[in-house]
Design a protein around this ligand. Structure first.
Ligand code: TYD
Length: 219
């Protein structure tokens, strides 16, 4: 485990759990208090990462093999760690990442049956001991989440990505895997009931984050 002066927070969860909105609310609140917050988005987050993201999410790439997919997620992450995450944590900033290795664990490790050990092994190579201090996992019913994500895509004119196309069974496996991870690491991974109102969920997240930020510098 790397010990750095900054604070590393991650958001996780099934599709449609309101992750992006909650992340925005948290970042705004932290910035209003004078903290420097750096955002990372996975896959993506860097110039190279965005190129990798387009391969990963392109709906036409049905022929992307599971192992190739796994390595590409870690390639994007390794780039973000070197370029964005470590420099910010060394400078004492807060880094908030939209997904991180837990996503790879649940989607590729469990969802695609590549296995937790394979993901752990690659995490050691790509992340070199970097772990979030706190992971906020927005948890909700899979069907309700997917319906929300589809409605959002239609309204916003966004197209379905390759992973949005996955079966219901796959998404159920993903949710169950998040529950397994939360049981394995109860201090780091907090399951948050995302079926509540935006305000209730945000209040719950703030309760968990506030105790961690007091030692950090403010501008
Ligand atoms: P994105 O459009 O960013 O969706 P979301 O708002 O749900 O994060 O798509 C990211 C997709 O990639 C999402 O379905 C989860 C998946 N994913 C993995 O399968 N493995 C990973 O390691 C990561 C980071 C994401």
């Amino acid at each position: 485990m790397i010990d750095l002066p900054g604070l590393f927070l991650t958001f996780e969860g099934v599709d449609g759990g309101g992750k992006s909105s909650q992340m925005r609310l948290l970042v705004d609140r932290l910035r209003a208090l004078g903290h420097t917050v750096v955002i990372n988005i996975e896959p993506g987050g860097t110039r190279i990462g965005k190129q990798i993201r387009s391969i990963l999410l392109e709906a036409a790439n049905h022929d992307l093999s599971p192992t190739s997919e796994l390595l590409l997620f870690f390639a994007s992450r390794a780039q973000a760690i070197d370029e964005v995450i470590l420099p910010a944590l060394r400078a004492g900033h807060i880094v908030v990442s939209d997904r991180f290795t837990d996503s790879t664990m649940v989607y590729q490790g469990y969802g695609r049956n590549l296995g937790p050990d394979t993901v752990r092994h690659l995490d050691r190579i790509a992340c070199r001991g970097l772990k979030p201090a706190l992971t906020l996992c927005l948890d909700m019913d899979v069907e309700a989440g997917l319906a929300r994500a589809r409605a959002r895509n239609t309204e916003g004119g966004a197209t379905e990505t390759r992973l949005d196309d996955e079966s219901l069974v796959f998404h159920h496996k993903v949710r169950e895997a998040y529950h397994i991870l939360a049981t394995e690491e109860p201090n780091r991974i907090q399951l948050i009931d995302a079926s509540r109102t935006i305000e209730e969920v945000a209040a719950n997240i703030w309760q968990l984050v506030e105790p961690l930020i007091n030692r950090l510098p403010r501008s």
